[in-house]
Design a protein around this ligand. Structure first.
Ligand code: FE2
Length: 305
């Protein structure tokens, strides 16, 4: 009988539920890969993106940060009514390209306390619509075919994010399910998580609970009258790093995971950043909740892959 004395680490040299496949092998997925998806709730697709495309995405991310000027909206993250202003900033970013700073990157006057290149927590949430480089990165037949393989018959791409996980200061992202933020009936949201830099145990790679997508949705993020709150739905416990699986992956890897799959990433205390790019995609045949924080208007309707 197999027993684990410490954190599990996904590695090609050990047997386990994760499967490495290359982009050339994924269209269509093999029966083994399909079975792994159904059983585990995620797939690790190494070398999904060519190095040149990854390099272009990294360069564009740096350009966006360089061009971004902290303004009154950014600085207001530090004002007394933090919650209300933070909610408004998030909602306003739904169809924009907006830099969100690390919590302590700005002083009370909105001035940067650290170099700008190291100050950004994430950029969201419509890079895939507003930026030509990320538009190209986020669309195309390879992604559309993969989406169809996992049941997204009418894919709708609601959100894109660049997540920096900055060296030394990149924060932990606690256990959660992405379906909390993109509720559909039935639940269909699927996460496309692209490593733009190597993700390691030291710089905050993903951790997942294999098979955890068969559990309940534990909470949902609700927007009502412009205020955001997390609503508890289930007291099912979250996994911990003693039983979960770490997914260190090289740049260019796509980790595809089910919206109900519990996942987590540790703080980055290493000298290396861990830049990732994510897309959240639902199936247009399912009803998208009116209380989801991210809504689109006719000015920028949601579209597919
Ligand atoms: Fe997530």
């Amino acid at each position: 009988m197999m027993s684990w004395t410490g954190p599990q680490v996904h590695d090609k040299t050990m047997s386990g539920p994760a499967i490495d496949v290359t982009a050339q092998q994924t269209m269509p997925l093999t029966p083994t890969q399909r079975a792994a998806w159904d059983r585990d709730g995620y797939l690790v697709l190494t070398a999904f993106k060519p190095a040149a495309e990854v390099a272009a995405a990294c360069a564009r991310a740096a350009e966006i940060v360089d061009a971004f000027v902290p303004d009154a909206g950014s600085s207001r993250f530090s004002t007394r009514d933090r919650g209300l202003v933070a909610d408004a900033a998030l909602l306003a970013s739904a169809d924009q390209v907006h830099c969100f700073f690390e919590e302590e990157a700005l002083d009370d006057a909105g001035r940067l306390r650290v170099p700008k290149a190291q100050s950004v927590n994430k950029i969201g949430h419509a890079l895939h619509e507003r930026d030509p480089i990320f538009d190209a990165f986020s669309h195309g037949p390879a992604l559309a075919a993969l989406a169809a393989e996992v049941g997204l018959t009418q894919p709708q791409v609601w959100q894109s994010q660049l997540i920096f996980k900055q060296p030394q200061i990149g924060g932990e992202v606690g256990w959660h399910q992405d379906a909390s933020f993109f509720v559909t009936d039935p639940i269909t949201v699927t996460t496309f998580w692209f490593a733009l830099e190597d993700a390691t145990l030291d710089n905050g790679c993903l951790w997942v609970q294999p098979g955890g997508h068969r559990g309940p949705l534990r909470e949902r993020y609700v927007c009502e009258q412009g205020r955001l709150r997390m609503q508890a739905l289930s007291d099912a416990p979250w996994p911990d790093t003693a039983t979960a699986l770490a997914l260190p992956v090289p740049a260019g890897t796509l980790v595809l995971f089910h919206g109900l799959l519990p996942h987590y990433s540790a703080a980055n205390r290493s000298p290396r950043s861990r830049l990732a790019y994510t897309l959240h995609v639902t199936d247009g045949r399912a009803t998208y909740a009116a209380t989801n924080w991210l809504q689109r208007t006719p000015a920028l309707p949601v579209r597919g892959l």
